[in-house]
Write a protein that binds this ligand. Structure first.
Ligand code: DGL
Length: 262
């Protein structure tokens, strides 16, 4: 039996690569297509209506073109806003990326956790629900940062990121009421694990970072159990805006040697 249908990963930019990395380790036999909505980037400063319309339409186009066996929305902003619309529109399994509040609350000793995402993600009712279900006995400090998204994109374009810039981006989170007691930070934007070293260097207090990547790798493995994988084509990354050659290195390092415009 042969089946060359890929798994499709979708984000506004490079953030989904933090989800691709653990998925590759879990499923080395699978073919991946990565789609970045670079023409729509960034999502985190957009309104709900725009994302709820844009993401299902684009994923519909991508599903038609690449016939994936499964789609991973490797973006917290798109998932917390558009997941139900995408699931209603497409008849294939859709895995979303939502803030990893459950494991963060399970591991927190101080019972103070931070949810660090985009402004659009941290204001979602979806996050209220996760906090109410899994962290009701925790103080949950939310902080949205567009600067960290820009810094992660710059890092993957080969730039060195000043720790002071990362520090300024997260200072309001640490200075919020109770912020000194944060011992666990949920990286609730897929761009942020790409800055894990810089974030660790920018925070003086001891904190653990938690993100959705490992959980998504387990979920994809479960959903594709027993399926055949044929790798007769190389992995492809597609962009909705012209391809930026300075990203070639980062995408090649994640296994995407061919970059194209959608
Ligand atoms: N990577 C995306 C997320 O997980 C959003 C980044 C952006 O476009 O603002 O939320």
């Amino acid at each position: 039996m042969s089946d060359s249908r890929p798994i499709l990963f979708f984000d506004s930019g490079v953030g989904g690569l933090s989800i691709v990395a653990p998925a590759r380790t879990a499923l080395p036999q699978a073919r991946f297509v990565y789609a970045a909505d670079s023409a729509g980037f960034p999502y985190g400063t957009k309104g709900e209506a725009e994302i709820a319309a844009r993401v299902p339409a684009l994923l519909g186009r991508l599903a038609e073109r690449y016939q994936p066996r499964l789609i991973v929305i490797a973006c917290n902003t798109a998932s917390t806003i558009a997941l139900p619309f995408v699931r209603a529109a497409l008849a294939i399994p859709i895995v979303g990326t939502v803030p990893a509040i459950k494991p963060a609350a399970e591991g927190s000793v101080t019972r103070t956790i931070a949810v660090l995402g985009t402004a659009a993600t941290v204001r979602q009712a979806y996050v209220d629900d996760l906090a109410a279900h899994f962290a009701s006995d925790c103080r949950v400090i939310r902080h949205g940062s567009a600067d960290l998204v820009t810094l992660a994109e710059a890092k993957l374009r080969g730039q060195t990121i000043p720790i002071a810039a990362v520090h300024s981006a997260i200072a309001p989170m640490l200075e919020a009421e109770g912020g000194h007691a944060i011992d666990t930070v949920v990286l609730a934007c897929t761009h942020f694990p790409l800055l894990a070293d810089e974030l660790a260097a920018a925070i003086a207090q001891p904190v653990t970072f938690v993100d959705g990547g490992p959980g998504i790798a387990r979920r994809i493995t479960h959903l594709t159990q027993g399926q055949a994988f044929t790798r007769d084509q190389s992995d492809l990354a597609v962009f909705t805006a012209p391809v930026d050659p300075s990203l070639e290195h980062a995408f090649a390092a994640h296994g995407f040697t061919s970059l194209d415009r959608l």
